[in-house]
Design a protein. Structure first.
Length: 207
């Protein structure tokens, strides 16, 4: 089973990816992780990607596609995988079709107002834990390690609005792309808990 995980920033893709990986033993491939691994490993394609990142530019679609194509050729991807963060636009999707067979595009749909609240209310710890102000009851330190919580620099309303607008213009067209292929399944998470969302996802994947 080869699937794409689609959803706007704050939709909960990371949480659901972890649950899917654990339950189905499905390899989770994040483009961010691939970039970091190639850059750390000093590969030629990693050096190329780093040159764009260091210059504050987006890595070109062609380079991103080459990195993903290489990653899908690894032995651990032969039994199925879940792509997270790729494709980001229709060009990348059409390129992906040339070197991979995708079975399903799983779209996590969340209302924009809820996304804004989720992201802007997020507080994180350097240990990796994440919280929301609505459940902290005024606490300012991490329940796991005791360190001070903070809000990420890009978790402010202006930046979040820009990120959502970018998603709507570049990535959301993938919904129609995969619907036309008969490969789209959408979970409307709304106010559901992560476990309830995963329950809906399981119904889809178990088919």
């Amino acid at each position: 089973m080869n699937i794409i995980l689609l959803g706007a920033p704050g939709a909960g893709k990371g949480t659901q990816a972890s649950k899917i990986q654990a339950h189905y033993n499905l390899l989770h491939i994040s483009t961010g992780d691939i970039f970091r691994a190639n850059i750390k490993g000093g590969t030629e394609i990693g050096k190329l990607a780093k040159s764009y990142i260091d210059a504050g530019k987006l890595v070109p679609d062609e380079v991103t596609c080459d990195i993903v194509k290489d990653r899908l050729n690894w032995d651990d991807a032969k039994d199925g995988y879940m792509l997270d963060g790729f494709p980001r636009n229709v060009f990348q999707a059409t390129e992906l079709d040339k070197f991979a067979e995708i079975d399903l595009c799983l779209n996590i749909d969340v209302d924009e107002a809820l996304l804004m609240d989720r992201i802007c209310g997020r507080r994180v710890c350097s240990c990796g834990e994440s919280y929301h102000v609505s459940t902290l009851n005024g606490a300012t330190t991490c329940a796991k390690c005791g360190k001070e919580l903070y809000r990420r620099a890009d978790d402010n309303p202006e930046t979040v609005k820009t990120r959502l607008d970018t998603y709507k213009s570049q990535t959301a067209p993938l919904i129609d792309y995969y619907r036309a292929q008969g490969k789209l399944a959408t979970v409307t998470s709304g106010e559901m808990s992560p476990d309830e969302v995963f329950g809906q996802i399981k119904k889809i994947l178990d088919k």
